[in-house]
Design a protein around this ligand. Sequence first.
Ligand code: ASP
Length: 587
Amino acid sequence: MRTHYCTEVNENLIGQEVKVAGWVSSRRDHGGVIFIDLRDKDEVVQLVCDPADSIEAHKVADEVRDQYVLIAKGKVRPRGEGLENPRLKTGKVEIVVDELIIENKSLPMPFELGDEKVNEEIRLKYRYLELRTQKSYNIFKLRSKATMATRNTLDKLGFLEVETPVLTKSTPEGARDYLVPSRVHAGEFYALPQSPQLFKQLLMVSGFDRYFQIAKCFRDEDLRADRQPEFTQIDIEMSFCDQEDIIKVSEELVNSIFNECGYEIPEKFERISYSEAMEKYGSDKPDLRYDLAMVDVIDIFAKCSNEIFSSIAKETKKNRIKALKVPNGDNIFSKREMKRFEDYVRKFGAKGLGYFQMKPEGLKGPLTKFFEQSELDEIVARCELEVGDVVFFGAGDRKLVWDYMGRFRIHLANLMNIVPEDQFKFVWVMDFPMFEIEDGRTKALHHPFTMPKLNSEGKLEFDDVEDINSIAYDLVLNGVELGGGSIRIHKEEIQKEVFKLLGISDEEAQEKFGFLLDALKFGAPPHGGIAFGLDRIVMLLTKASSIREVIAFPKTQKAQCLLTDAPSPVDGEQLRELSIRIRKTNI
Ligand code: ASP
């Protein structure tokens, strides 16, 4: 239907006859001559409909409205002097139309395309219209490039792309499952996979050696800007490998994706241990584009005369007292703002937020009276304070302090405007603990198939389960977790021991993961892998503000698809077939 895409119409075609097709992005009637910006997948080209050139075409142009579908034929000519638009690839020329067809009409747009201030609900209801903008097209062009780069690189490295089931059994990522009722087996359910974790491990037992899949994963959890109920992972598994092999493949893959999308990044990424990340940045996904690291001061506070602090400081394993220095903070923030910081951390469970100001005459602040001069000097030295600096303190249970001080660090960085927006800062977070204790229950930090660090005899050895580390790693970019993985347990006896520590009985393990446990008995090779969130990668590459922008048909924060109106009730017959009865309750 066309000889050229709109974007291709440039000064090289001057004098030639072309045919273009697309949507009207704007129409202007300049006293007799009608100008139309016609857009296809990319940029617009300007059509000129002058009755002096074609009365017919001009008549049609008169009927044209925004977003009508047109096919236009005409000659390319230079725009007049001073009328060029340097922002467009087609900005030096226009098409003088001699034949114009309205291929289809359009209702007026329910919102102005490209206007991001419009309520998201409307934009999602008409998502196909929102996608009809150059900004969206560019996002999906880049997403497609990232996917191609993934396939090409992994193919080159000897990986096999294998699809795994979507109707399956619960997988072990720890979120809530989406369930699908079975018609044939009344009262029984499939679960949608939270990841292909168990299947990719089985493929290693099959001897496939290197597997990958661009896989849809489903998790029924509370949604945030970087979470969706269904999302896409670049899922990888390898045999006879150690952590370094997986890191090497990952760095090559991430480099290929970023390079393909036009960004140079370091070939190798920095590394930090989980404990250093938590102690310094209060997060296992630290944003290292800026410093603001925390310092431990529990030993100094142990000596102070304030009973609350000194009793917190008695339990050095469980508790933390952390100092966060804000260089020049005294000049940046007013007293009132500093007061508001306390309200901020209280939202995340802090009991309070102490601070000292570094004045020319020494440390000032409500807490100084509890300290001897020598202890204040120690604080100044430990935190490397200079006149004008402010230092904040968080004290209490370590997990709580890490969390609210970590959030406070990010909050301060944003307020101080010190986050370099155009920088990519990758970091591997390594040596995760194998377990964490939450509400008295032992949980796996990654998943229960992660290999714990064993002693030289290949045995688990520990005094406190929380001290056991795992061979697990996460890749973090600018404070966002891009991916994570681990070396897996491939020996039955270790797997059994881990289940025991997690309080999973033999029967429960057999019922939930029996097929994997059986497979481990049939010559399972050492293996491990990783999975990257493709949506998050694209979100960061395109600087999108939410993961929803980079998913063609996303769901709302409440997991609804406003376009198709899913989820929605089904008729009684369908439910009867599935042996399901809905009990209506007034919640
Ligand atoms: N299955 C894990 C996840 O989805 C990734 C992995 O361990 O490979 O988080």
